[in-house]
Design a protein around this ligand. Structure first.
Ligand SMILES: [Fe+2]
Ligand SMILES: [Fe+2]
Length: 261
């Protein structure tokens, strides 16, 4: 089977791109299941019920989140009500929503887990232990397990991927909005990529107007993160995996705009 994972969808331009093109991309790459990171899908981070519904309508099966999960008003209710949206599992235990979901496609059951890194991020519970606990709970309940590890540093992501090598079928990273070119199958059989990148305006910094981020670093003062405008690129990866054996056949990075399809 073929699983598409889409990196952080940023701002109206990023989500419009997904609304308008996901159907075509799913057909072209023969996609059976699609996971997208939606933590920046709303206009100023987070996600809304309307955006989540639109993404799901257009072909996203599971939406993962990150450090911006609760940026929108009503996010807690949304997470409680929509089992297709998950938040990092290592938030405090009483936090709304779930850290993983299992989707039954009839011929296979796919578990998707979301976790947050702790380096240069808001302190959270240990992602390693939280995911270990989830894996124990998922025993016998899922055939394919996928994890979105939302973290800043390459080393923490590599540690996560290698720690769960052979226990999780696919581990991809999100959050940096910059795609890494290190997709590979780890020795234990896990498909791995450090970061999927971002689906948003390429000529930007993190999806924000680049002049603003330049100014922030130059002056060391806070700036307003106005979103950039321009050509949108989709960033992600397609994982071809045998749903019975769990063997990964291939990993293909996606990084193109509408005019480059
Ligand atoms: Fe993000
Ligand atoms: Fe993030």
């Amino acid at each position: 089977m073929r699983i598409l994972a889409i990196g952080d969808i940023v701002a109206p331009s990023g989500r419009e791109y997904v609304y308008n093109n996901l159907g075509k991309i799913r057909r072209k790459y023969n996609i059976d299941f699609c996971i997208a990171n939606g933590e920046n899908a709303a206009s100023a981070n987070g996600i809304t019920a309307e955006i989540a519904d639109n993404l799901i309508d257009r072909g996203v099966d599971v939406i993962t989140m990150g450090n911006h999960t609760f940026a929108t008003h009503g996010a807690g209710t949304l997470l409680n009500e929509n089992p297709r949206i998950i938040r990092p599992i290592n938030y405090p235990s009483e936090t709304e929503g779930e850290g993983y979901t299992v989707q039954d496609l009839g011929y296979t059951r796919i578990a998707v887990i979301n976790a947050l890194g702790r380096v240069n991020m808001t302190p959270m519970d240990c992602p390693f232990r939280a995911v270990e606990k989830a894996l124990a709970e998922l025993e016998g309940k899922a055939d394919i397990i996928v994890a979105d590890f939302h973290a800043e540093t390459t080393s923490e992501k590599l540690a996560f991927g290698n720690y769960f090598d052979g226990k999780i079928n696919i581990v991809f990273g999100t959050h940096t909005h910059v795609q890494t070119a290190d997709e590979r199958v780890l020795p234990g059989g896990t498909a791995y990529i450090t970061d999927l990148g971002m689906t948003g305006v390429r000529d930007s910094i993190l999806g924000v107007k680049k002049e603003l981020i330049e100014k922030m670093y130059y002056t060391r003062k806070r700036v307003r993160f106005d979103k950039a405008e321009g050509e949108v690129y989709i960033n992600g990866a397609v994982f071809d995996i045998d749903h019975e054996s769990g063997k990964v056949n291939s990993i293909e990075r996606l990084n193109f705009s509408k005019t480059e399809e």
